[in-house]
Design a protein around this ligand. Sequence first.
Ligand SMILES: C[C@H](N)C(=O)N[C@@H](Cc1c[nH]cn1)C(=O)O
Ligand code: ZN
Ligand code: ZN
Length: 473
Amino acid sequence: MTQLDSIFSHVDQNSADYVRRLGEAVAIKSVSGDAHHRPEVVKMANYIISWMDKLGVSHTSHDPGFQELDGSQVKLPPIILGTYGTDPAKKTVLVYGHYDVQPALKSDGWTSDPFTLVEDEQGRLFGRGSTDDKAPILSWLWVIEAHQKLGVDLPVNIKMCFEGMEESGSEGLDELIVQEAKGYFKGTDYVCISDNYWLGKTRPCLTYGLRGIAYYKLTIAGPAKDLHSGVFGGTVHEPMTDLFAIMSKLVAPDGKILVPGIYDQVRPLTDKERGTYNGIDFALPDYEGAVGGKVVIQDNEHEVLMSRWRYPSLSLHGIEGAFYSAGAKTVIPAKVTGKFSIRLVPDMDPAEVHRLVSTFIASEHAKLNSKTVCTVEPLHGARAWLADPEGPSYAAASKAVQRVFGVKPDLTREGGSIPVTLTFQENLGVSVLLLPMGAADDGAHSINEKIDKKNYIEGIKLLATYLHEVASA
Ligand SMILES: C[C@H](N)C(=O)N[C@@H](Cc1c[nH]cn1)C(=O)O
Ligand SMILES: [Zn+2]
Ligand SMILES: [Zn+2]
């Protein structure tokens, strides 16, 4: 039996423990976007730290300071830097992940409590953060534990960087990486991140690109307080009316962004790039399955992939301050804030995007001849990331996928954003790889987020095998 074979059987034998521990982590409501949950984000950091202590991972917690959230100053959660092994004869792999999650309420439409991990008869593990990103970050720890339990030497040094603000702009992390590039991060040979998803449900992938993001708050303020619509309706400029008018001008129903100039910076499609879409294992019906309906705009696979990976998109997320409860409240909200974001692609620059967006919104507001006050505020921004999927780390990951799953991985890009990826690439000057364990239908950020138990357990084996392959590369 090879070392990896014994690791694999150890992982299989301990799968119930891994699921139970994922349940402990999911139960911690580490929602970074809501000030009320901040103690829970810190609790999740402590959960990870307690495992690092048990496993002999040395660690430091970096305090990024404070952020302004919901009008008050809120302490940011720690960035945990862990070190396991410092052998100069071994390669050093830096793994990154995030321990915060998106918000979730049962009333959003979850079929079970979002913060209680529930396994169904198909082996799907439902719970907020199950796939994004709690199972992946814990899996790195289980890989270390498996080696220790079996007395197998881990063939690489591992550095870990786990943050609690990824879902809210990764505040403070870029600064730390720049500052520590020649300190804590020195000696990193490769960066590996497990925080995205396969293209379908069965074939694993290696991911070499991400879209960036520019997230906005658009506020329209009118009267000093909410008003009775019967008493005042028809006599005042209404913030909701103006907000709807402007938000409806940002994007067309066919997904085209209507902000003038927004497509000017998009890198043109070459024949070489077009060729990379051939042979990718991706089918429209599966995608519709993951979407949960026949509402896909494009009618062929390549266009869907290009729209997710290499073209920008603008999504309207929500409105703060608007009436949304049951009943028929006849109110004119005094101030409303629309939230929207633009996914950025190479070569879009967030500062130029902001200039275009704010100029356009100001001109659209002016056209309304309204006495309301309109302000646009960028919340967070990150450029897109694109890497060369060549070199020893990608080769090691490809071998690892073939060893664990018996198939060649797809080479993919991802429509979502992980702001730190580009920061690592630019400041550490090393290859960055995304090695996901979740499937396309996991529903990250959505209701009923899940990770399949099979993906979790095989994912632990995948990460372990990747480290072994890196060592022998
Ligand atoms: C891909 C990754 N798992 C993820 O979900 N990233 C988020 C990052 C983000 C940015 N603003 C808020 N969250 C995403 O792509 O939405
Ligand atoms: Zn996420
Ligand atoms: Zn994530």
